[in-house]
Design a protein around this ligand. Sequence first.
Ligand SMILES: [Zn+2]
Length: 103
Amino acid sequence: MITCPKCGNRIPARMPLFLTRFNTTITCTTCASKLQWKNKRTGSLIGGVGGGVGGGFGTLLLINWSQTGNVVYLILFAGLLATVFFAAWVAMVKFTRFEQVTA
Ligand SMILES: [Zn+2]
């Protein structure tokens, strides 16, 4: 659960999905405060682990698929991507913190 440091209202869980290395601010949907992503390092860690696990297992599954032609590997691959995506999302919602931009 992410909350706004100013008004204390919760920030929609989809918001961390819009954070990137280049876009680190969001606007509170309740009080319209500009919020700065506080723990960018945690985010890139989650992204790195997710990308590593997804990329590693994904490559293995695709190699298996190309060698066997078994569609099961493609289904597993899709499932893997979905699982990694949701796990990373949940982790982002759990760990992302914001601070108000004072400008
Ligand atoms: Zn707010």
